[in-house]
Design a protein. Structure first.
Length: 234
């Protein structure tokens, strides 16, 4: 009996000693999802790693080749996530995109399958895409098929890890980048004018503000006074 009790006690102590290491290593192959710090996700990488968000010395940035005139449906754009944090040798990230109503929008395209992968409505690192010396960048593609979405914001949560086999000493950062939809030309009395048309809100037939949904009529109201009635079938 004494031998059995000693065995269980030793096993319990061993599991406690190993837990921080296993916990820290469990997400080396990417975020579990929903950790970008966006309005829809709320949580960031510090849910699994130590540290207060944006208190370290590092810098993170989202860079894109979407022109200043805005994105166009059907086009494929490059999104780059960059982190610089001297003294760190391991890095990770999660990136997502949301419309003004916190709906996930567009599709991410994996352009480097060795270092990045898709997760639910987002993209993250792989274990083979974490190494760096004071800095790291990842590149992905992004496209959207629907028009009249309005401004879109990319949200990223990045982390710097010291590879000490625990979640202590890591640094977590968040950042965002908002891009507009390309301007639309309208023909009025045979004159073509350029209108900076942006989506203000979506309302249902009862005039209540709502989010984009499917299989029901909704009214899209823009800042130029125009209104579109749409039924998106899914």
């Amino acid at each position: 009996m004494r031998i059995l009790l000693s065995f269980f006690l030793s096993a319990a102590i061993l599991s406690i000693l190993l837990y921080p290491s296993n916990y820290a290593l469990s997400y080396q192959n990417g975020s579990p999802g929903g950790k970008t710090g966006s309005p829809a996700d709320v949580q960031a990488c510090n849910q699994c790693h130590s540290g207060t968000v944006n208190t370290g010395m590092g810098q993170v940035e989202i860079i894109t080749n979407i022109p200043s005139t805005g994105y166009s449906p059907g086009e494929i754009y490059e999104i780059t996530i960059s982190i610089s944090d001297p003294g760190f040798i391991k890095f990770g990230f999660e990136l997502t995109a949301e419309d003004p109503f916190s709906n996930k929008v567009g599709s991410f395209l994996i352009t480097n399958s060795t270092e990045t992968k898709s997760i639910s409505n987002a993209v993250t690192h792989k274990v083979s895409g974490t190494s760096g010396v004071g800095q790291k960048t990842w590149n992905v593609g992004w496209t959207i098929s629907s028009a009249s979405i309005g401004d879109i914001t990319f949200y990223a949560s990045c982390m710097s890890a010291n590879a000490n086999n625990s979640n202590s000493g890591d640094k977590v950062y968040t950042t965002s980048l908002t891009v507009s939809e390309q301007l639309t030309n309208y023909t009025i009395e045979d004159n073509i004018i350029s209108v900076d048309r942006k989506l203000i809100k979506i309302v249902n037939p009862l005039s209540s503000v709502t989010k984009k949904s499917y299989n029901q009529p909704l009214f899209y109201i823009y800042n130029d006074g125009t209104v579109e009635k749409k039924i998106i079938i899914k």
